[in-house]
Write a protein that binds this ligand. Structure first.
Ligand code: FAD
Length: 466
């Protein structure tokens, strides 16, 4: 049996970062992957969606060209070319991981892995992609097998009329109408993408607002922006059934006003993800999942010594940057570096619609729920010179601060490029900065990021620019 210091199962942003960091720290490392290097993030998630969204945004800019003073005749969207670009981007990034593995001396084993208890030690059996099987051992085994699309029990994903995100990323043709069930980041981004290309999109959300984890005002702003772009938004609405027997689909939906029916060509099921924790041999190690997720301690070690879990398989936010942060922390602990724990209070959350939505730390809803006192400062992009020059005046920056210490507790932003601005707040939080500190920084003018300084000033009732 070939042995390594570290074996990582899954090469997503959890697994590939864990493997590379292990190798950097001098450990002999192998990564086992059954599909493409880069995992969901690079192949079916973060990256290909952003490529699609870039096409959608560019198309919108082109068709509204007259607003910027150029003619916009004969602009057409070619869905096959758009998808092909997105797949090319994903493939480029996946090849980048292959290169990094080579450069760092990480062994790549292509196949499907399963854990097994071999006389009190965990070993990994692999059904090799090239055929046959092999057995590997390691002192440390990191499970980073990620997650897949969840579906409603009465609406299983069939790839034809009920799509999961993978199908929605590679359409051959555009439907004329689409019902999107679920308005988290994935549902909202894909709803925006399809609507931008002319598809008649309806979002159906069970809770009373879209992007339910965001600040209420951010949800309300995105709803307004979506409606302005022709996306229908149904909140406080529960899909009860999806009938696929006819030409398209017919959804029965419970709303506050009673039951209603919605017809569409296809449904996109965007109701969350389920961790890939079944069929990987956790039972043979006596590791019991809670709601499908693997319980771990502060060092990401499971109940079985030497077996760790990170990323979407554990009960932390299912985000690529969280998986990577956990990977580094887990591996540095294995190497005895005693890193500071991952700070789950400063996890950025971003939705790449137009306008974008970004937040970190507390919002008004979570602060109230935790009974944490706060003061708030808000600056609208209607008052920003750069936003006005860009024709992107929707949205705002809102900062929450501690009334006693003035330290930044969190921020919510809606607007163009706010996902690029958010890390200013994350850094401020990490450095225990106050709103006064932010106010004393000179932000370049004109930029969207000036709104951060203005929102910090508004916390003190001192916003000066309008
Ligand atoms: C449409 C979409 C858009 C998203 N956009 C964003 C975004 O913008 N920002 C963000 O932060 N997050 C985003 N996410 C979430 C992000 O993709 C995940 O949080 C992230 O990929 C999780 O990383 P991971 O390493 O835990 O797992 P994954 O990326 O899921 O990787 C797990 C890997 O393990 C492999 N695997 C599973 N079982 C086995 C086995 N038995 N043997 C061998 N290999 C196995 C899988 O093939 C997969 O490649 C998005 C997700 C989706 C679906």
């Amino acid at each position: 049996m070939e042995r390594f210091d570290v074996i990582v199962i899954g090469a997503g942003p959890g697994g590939y970062v864990a493997a590379i960091r292990s190798a950097q720290l001098g450990m002999k490392c192998a990564v086992i992957e059954r599909e493409s290097l880069g995992g969901i993030c690079l192949n079916w998630g973060c990256i290909p969606t952003k490529a699609l969204l870039k096409s959608a945004e560019s198309y919108l800019t082109a068709i509204h060209g007259t607003e910027y003073g150029f003619s916009a005749e004969n602009v057409g969207a070619d869905i096959q070319a758009i998808v092909s670009r997105s797949r090319g981007v994903a493939s480029t990034m996946s090849k980048g991981i292959e290169y990094l593995f080579k450069k760092n001396g990480v062994t790549v084993i292509k196949g499907e892995a399963r854990l097994r208890n071999d006389g009190g030690h965990a070993v990994v059996d692999v059904a090799l992609a090239e055929g046959g099987s092999a057995e590997y051992g390691a002192e440390h085994i990191i499970v980073a097998t990620g997650a897949r699309a969840a579906s409603l029990p009465f609406a299983p994903i069939d790839g034809k009329k009920i799509l999961g995100y993978r199908h929605a990323l590679v359409p051959e043709t555009l439907p004329s109408s689409m019902a999107v069930i679920g308005s988290g980041a994935i549902g909202s981004e894909l709803a925006f993408f399809y609507a931008s290309l002319g598809v008649d999109v309806t979002i159906i959300e069970f809770l009373d607002r879209i992007l339910p984890l965001e600040d209420d005002e951010a949800s309300a702003q995105l709803s307004r922006s979506f409606r302005k772009r022709g996306i229908k938004v149904m909140v406080s609405s529960a899909v009860k059934s999806v009938d696929t027997s006819g030409d398209g689909v017919v959804l029965k939906i419970d709303t506050k006003k009673g039951e209603t029916e919605l017809r569409a060509d296809v449904v996109l099921s965007a109701v969350g993800v389920v961790p890939n924790t079944d069929n990987i041999g956790l039972d043979s190690l006596g590791i019991e999942c809670v709601k499908g997720r693997i319980p771990v301690d502060g060092h990401y070690e499971t109940s079985f010594k030497g077996v760790y879990a990170i990323g979407d398989v554990i009960a932390t936010p299912a985000l690529a940057h969280v998986a990577s942060a956990e990977a580094i922390n887990c591996v540095e602990n294995i190497a005895g570096l005693a890193p500071a724990p991952v700070d789950y209070g400063i996890i950025p959350s971003c939705t790449y619609t137009c306008p974008q939505v970004a937040s970190v730390g507390l919002n008004e809803r979570t602060a109230k729920a935790k009974e944490i006192a706060y003061k708030v400062g808000k600056f609208p992009f209607t008052a920003s010179g750069k936003a006005t020059a860009s024709g992107e005046r929707e949205g705002f920056v809102k900062i929450l601060a501690d009334p006693e210490t003035d330290r930044v507790l969190g921020a919510s932003m809606v607007g163009e490029n706010v996902t690029e601005m958010l890390s200013v707040i994350s850094l401020a939080m990490k450095m225990n900065a106050t709103c006064k500190d932010i106010m004393s920084v000179i932000f370049p003018h004109p930029t969207m990021s000036e709104a951060i300084m203005e929102a910090a000033s508004a916390v003190h009732g001192e916003a000066v620019h309008i």
